[in-house]
Ligand binder design. Structure first.
Ligand code: ACM
Length: 752
């Protein structure tokens, strides 16, 4: 443990030096460390600590409202006993808006800030200091002078796809406050459900808040299957007021999102006159982008203004998010009303009609003293004059808006979509797709490359988005956001000069322990293993195991022997390797089990005529002859995928050998554009020059996902094996992905 600390101290910036030197000097590794996330701008640790057996609070009159938060943070501690540690919170108007100073000495605690938010952050930092020590009764003495890098630090939650109770929304807000976010973006309306009570429109409650059933499994599965169970719910205005107040007391502004003109099918199901056809739609029962969007009619504008009036009465936020994303123009193109309107108000096309729609809403909200935020599609057809843009489809929207001197919040999918997978592990719970590991979130830089220096000031900050198609319980949401939101908290708050991923992981480990005490589900991917199997060079099969950042030991079991991993393992015979990261005698991350079925080609040389697609190339061509078979249920990890190309493999067994059979595995999943090969040809050669062709084998269709394809070769002598599996070609009409090149996925080629 100590060695690790010294090693990491050598490679990190000066800002941390003090911390590690003092912890090393005092010999204390567990108590005197400041495991704060996000890391403060300036932190100086001293070797003393403050005993917290009893505390007494003295609050400046401006901060009186913080008493309940204080009591929550120091819950369980007696107060105001003789000799209590004094905690003094003073107002210091010289400090910046969200800044705070925190001084902990062996005599007591002083907090200074100009505004309530700064004082809240200081209290939350104290909470972290207390909860991440071995003993909650002692905190390290230190000085913190802190302020955020970005003024907008947000987390989003989609309650339309799945509905979450008020108790969970409050828990989510608690987490935001603990990690010094300042904004909760509450995505309240969707095609699959309208979740906010609007008194003037009761059918939003009785109809739009409920769907008749929900798709099972992944939306892309064909044919879709449904659970047959009605689903829904909404927040009453009383509940919303309670949540807004709760958030305010924790320094969190709530920005409500009322989606328009798209993602409006639930509202149109309740009030068909809001759509372009006037026909009834149903509240959507599966995921995606739907054609039923608001018609830009006066009826719709009256409805939306009425809705927004009630929304503004509930939410004091200066910003209202109006969506603006993913609005198909199908109905507008078909509608005489829309086409006439385009002519009447002199617009070029439906994109300008969308801009007209957004600008009317903006004008209305501006007239009430509020500002709009919209997803980056609001750039199309011309940006509304005072709009803030949320850049999600990449960074280009953010760059374009900032160049037009509009404020921008960066939420690009590649770094900020916490509905993406956080691990490539085969048994990861179902997610929408994508891959966004913790390290990638941590490495995110919100100011986009290529944006001119003078436009940087328009980048207000960043936000993590949590779309809940595949998160149907609070536990699943927590699993998906913890700890990626902590990584983003540090991106949004901390000066890049004090950021360091290894140090972040060390701090995070102490938060994991705290979360466990709180009973919070989280994804400790740092303790997951990355296993790579090196094969295909003729030098055998070699297994290298790495953690995903954790410095905890890796335990392996092979051939009945248990050992701590210290170097790559050579696999020589069929066996099972178990590997796991150990924390306190237990597996911390997921255990990995690799079953090796060795055969004559395992670890020998292989060359491919075409290289596989980069993202489906496993550990390279050698993965085809490493003794390990890919999963039967998905084509990640061991499988190798070719887009529109054949498999052409040449294997050198190293010496002339008798071969009795050659077999291989193909993945079969037409709904995912993956097809079996049409035929497989096999050639044998003893000298690498003259090849004998075995008869070509036709591959018969199968119902199962994986086809084991075996070619008997009746004890034939060979050294070289050439194998060609023909790609199925273009995807036939009527099938998902029709007209696109088919994928061919292949795995272990066994030679026996
Ligand atoms: C979005 O993800 N459709 C903003």
């Amino acid at each position: 443990m100590k060695q690790n600390i010294i090693l990491s101290f050598l490679c990190i910036t000066g800002a941390f030096t003090t911390i590690f030197l003092s912890s090393c000097e005092t010999g204390e590794t567990s108590t005197n460390q400041a495991m704060v996330i996000p890391y403060p701008a300036e932190l100086t640790l001293s070797k003393d600590s403050l005993s917290l057996s009893s505390v007494s609070l003295s609050l400046a009159p401006q901060f009186e409202d913080l008493k309940p938060l204080f009591e929550e943070i120091f819950e369980g501690l007696p107060t105001d006993l003789p000799g209590s540690a004094p905690i003094q919170v003073t107002r210091d108007t010289a400090l910046a808006a969200e800044a705070y100073h925190l001084l902990v000495t062996s005599k007591g605690i002083e907090i200074r800030s100009a505004h309530q938010r700064g004082a809240i952050y200081a209290l939350q930092t104290l909470r972290q200091l207390r909860e991440t020590q071995n003993s909650r009764d002692k905190i390290p003495c230190l000085t913190i002078k802190d302020q955020p890098r970005f003024s907008y630090r947000g987390m989003h939650l989609d309650v339309g796809r799945h509905f979450f109770p008020v108790s969970f929304v409050k828990q989510y807000i608690d987490l935001l406050s603990m990690y010094r976010f300042n904004t909760f973006h509450w995505h309240l309306t969707e095609d699959q459900g309208w979740r906010i009570e609007i008194k003037k429109y009761p059918k939003l409650q009785s109809t739009a808040a409920y769907r008749k059933e929900t798709v099972i499994g992944h939306n892309n599965t064909t044919p879709r299957q449904f659970d047959g169970k009605p689903y829904g719910g909404y927040y009453t205005q009383e509940e919303i007021k309670e949540v807004v107040k709760y958030a305010m007391a924790r320094g969190i502004t709530i920005i409500p999102e009322i989606e328009l003109p798209g993602h409006a099918q639930a509202a149109i199901a309740a009030y068909p006159e809001l759509g372009c056809t006037g026909k009834a739609a149903e509240v959507a029962t599966y995921w995606g982008v739907f054609d039923e969007v608001y018609c830009p009619s006066e009826k719709t504008f009256t409805f939306l203004q009425d809705v927004l009036d009630e929304v503004m009465a509930l939410f004091p936020s200066p910003y209202i998010h109006i969506g603006g994303d993913e609005c198909p123009k199908t109905r507008w193109k078909e509608s005489k009303f829309c086409q006439d309107l385009i002519k009447k108000v002199n617009l070029k096309d439906e994109h300008e009609l969308q801009s007209y729609f957004i600008q009317r809403i903006e004008k209305y909200l501006n007239s009430k003293g509020r500002y709009i935020i919209g997803w980056d599609e609001i750039l199309e057809g011309g940006l509304a004059p005072n709009a803030t843009v949320m850049s999600w489809r990449g960074v280009e929207g953010g760059i374009a808006a900032a160049r037009q001197k509009h404020d921008v919040i960066m939420t690009p999918t590649d770094y900020c979509y916490f509905d993406y997978y956080q691990s490539r592990h085969a048994n990861e719970p179902l997610a929408i797709g994508g891959f966004l590991p913790l390290s990638k979130v941590y490495g995110y830089e919100p100011v986009p490359e290529g944006l001119e220096e003078e436009a940087h000031r328009y980048i207000l900050g960043t936000q993590g988005n949590v779309w809940t198609e595949y998160m149907d319980t609070p536990e699943k949401v927590l699993y998906m956001v913890l700890p990626r939101m902590q990584a983003l908290a540090e991106v949004a708050w901390s000066d890049p000069k004090v950021k360091n991923y290894d140090h972040f992981l060390q701090r995070l480990n102490t938060h994991f322990e705290w979360w466990k005490r709180m009973g919070l589900p989280f994804a400790d991917k740092t303790a997951d293993l990355n296993i790579s199997i090196h094969s295909g060079s003729g030098n055998g099969v070699l297994v290298a195991v790495k953690t995903n950042g954790s410095t905890l030991p890796i335990q392996c079991v092979l051939g009945g022997k248990t050992f701590t991993y210290d170097k790559p393992i050579v696999i020589q015979k069929s066996d099972t390797l178990l590997a796991s990261v150990q924390r306190g005698g237990m597996s911390a991350g997921k255990r990995d089990t690799l079953v090796f079925r060795m055969h004559q080609a395992a670890g020998k040389k292989i060359n491919l005529g075409h290289m596989p697609a980069k993202k489906y190339s496993a550990d390279g061509p050698g993965s085809l002859i490493n003794g390990v078979s890919g999963a039967n249920t998905n084509y990640t990890e061991e499988w190798i995928g070719f887009e529109g190309k054949n498999l052409e493999a040449e294997i050198d067994l190293g010496a002339i050998t008798y071969v009795d059979e050659v077999s291989m595995r193909f993945y079969h999943s037409p709904e995912q554009w993956i097809y079996l090969p049409g035929q497989v040809s096999l050639y044998f050669s003893q000298d690498g020059k003259n090849y004998n062709e075995m008869p070509a084998f036709t591959v018969r269709p199968t119902q199962s996902k994986v086809l084991d394809f075996l070619i008997p070769t009746a004890k034939t002598k060979t050294r070289y094996i050439r194998l060609v599996a023909n790609n199925a070609g273009l995807i036939p009409a009527g099938q998902p992905g029709e007209g696109n090149p088919a994928w061919l996925f292949v795995d272990e080629i066994f030679v026996n």
